[in-house]
Design a protein around this ligand. Structure first.
Ligand code: CTP
Length: 400
């Protein structure tokens, strides 16, 4: 299912050059299934036309509190009733100041006051305006009032200066809006995850690795963040973007992954081991590239030593986090997974069939716990991850 299916979003534009990026945001919102009602302040129309917004949203655009197209002439009520969120992007310093004071002198400010749904604002302004104590006071007040303030980012600004105040990119706004609709079942929790493959060096140019794409682990990191957790992701090399709001630590070998986990485990409430960790590392790593025509002429001989079992070690910690393990098997899933759960000393193990999940976008998970076996329906990896986070949240003990 699309992430914003059946959602009705009131998208408010205020005056700022970042308005040009909102054309793309409208596209992304509608692609995710949202119905978008665009409302513009008079200042916003100097930066982008209502015609553009109407063409992209496929719906009439509103600017005037006295719009005669609304039969009862109460645009501020009609537009917000039934809306799932009001999103203001870009939000100018002036508009945020108005929100703080509950002013209602145009359609957009009036509907913000009249709304009965969450309000999210995405600031965009020059760095001096953002850093100004008046703006900072207003931002703090908005947050205090339960209004979500998304960003801003730092970087090059349209005015030629560099600093805080850049509006988030449309894909980032979309991700944060989608996250705002997820239940905050892990609020206040710190989740530590491992994901992706590990790679064990053979010589300066070669590694022994595996086919893990990292997709399941990254989807779980995103879902945990959406659920309100602080998330640390220890990841092997993947081609994926780090999920928004997730702190990532890049590693290559199993030993590096082990050390990074141990350095971060003390703060964790929940540890989810999704990484495909190499069981063995090469002990006679060649300092020079191995040549086909080496002395003796035969295949290279590699010696191996076992890698630490990160999950088993974390599960054995006194006062350690609540642990979840994964098992991708090629056969006898139930038998291997349950044996693995007991061997590693964990209360929840998530199993799947390796050939179904390697690099795929969908997955079919089976949960193994003290109570037995619980298959979950096949689903895209992000949907499956959200479901799994809900299962984890309902089982993980609350810390005193
Ligand atoms: N795991 C780990 N450290 C290791 C090996 C595995 O933390 N050195 C974790 C994985 O992240 C996963 C779980 O243990 O959550 C099971 O991994 P898997 O490779 O399936 O299990 P192994 O113990 O390696 O068993 P086998 O190779 O025999 O299937």
């Amino acid at each position: 299912m699309l992430d914003l299916a059946k959602k009705r979003i009131v998208l408010g534009l205020t005056g700022g050059i970042a308005c040009y990026k909102i054309a793309e945001l409208v596209r992304r919102l509608t692609e995710q299934g949202a119905t978008v009602d665009v409302v513009m302040t008079e200042a916003a129309t100097h930066f982008i036309t209502p015609v553009t917004m109407q063409a992209l949203s496929g719906r009439p655009v509103f600017m005037d509190a006295w719009d005669a197209r609304i039969p009862n002439n109460m645009a501020h009520i009609d537009l917000t009733r039934g809306a799932d969120a009001v999103l203001i992007a870009p939000a100018s310093a002036d508009f945020m100041a108005k929100l703080v004071h509950g002013m209602a002198d145009d359609l957009l400010s009036t509907l913000c006051l009249a709304r009965a749904c969450p309000l999210l604002v995405v600031p965009a302004m020059n760095k001096e305006m953002w850093d100004n104590p008046a703006t900072q006071r207003n931002v703090a007040q908005l947050r205090d009032d339960g209004i979500a303030v998304l960003g801003p980012a730092a970087g090059d600004q349209a005015c030629g200066e560099t600093g805080n105040g850049r509006m988030l990119e449309p894909h980032e706004i979309l991700t944060d809006l989608i996250a705002s609709f997820q239940p905050k079942v892990l609020a206040g929790k710190h989740v530590l995850l491992t994901a992706g493959p590990t790679s064990e060096p053979v010589d300066p140019v070669r590694v022994l690795s595996n086919r893990s794409s990292g997709k399941t682990g990254y989807a779980l990191a995103r879902a945990a963040r959406e659920a309100g957790a602080q998330v640390t992701l220890i990841t092997g090399a993947t081609a994926l973007a780090i999920p928004r709001g997730v702190q990532a630590i890049n590693v290559m070998t199993a030993s590096q992954m082990h050390d990074a986990v141990m350095a971060n485990v003390r703060h964790a409430d929940i540890f989810i081991a999704v990484a495909a960790v190499a069981d063995w590392r090469v002990t006679n790593i060649s300092t020079q590239k191995l040549k086909k025509t080496s002395e003796g002429g035969g295949a290279p001989i590699m010696n191996f030593a076992p890698n630490p079992d990160i999950l088993a070690e974390v599960a054995a910690l006194t006062n350690g986090p609540w642990c979840v393990g994964f098992a991708a098997e090629t056969e006898k899933l139930a038998e291997h997974a349950e044996a693995k759960r007991r061997r590693k000393g964990i209360s929840l193990l998530v199993g799947n069939l390796a050939h179904q999940v390697m690099d795929a976008d969908t997955t079919e998970l089976v949960l193994f716990d003290e109570q037995g076996v619980h298959p979950l329906p096949p689903a895209p990896k992000l949907d499956a991850a959200r479901r799994l986070i809900a299962e984890i949240a309902s089982r993980a003990p609350r810390k005193a």
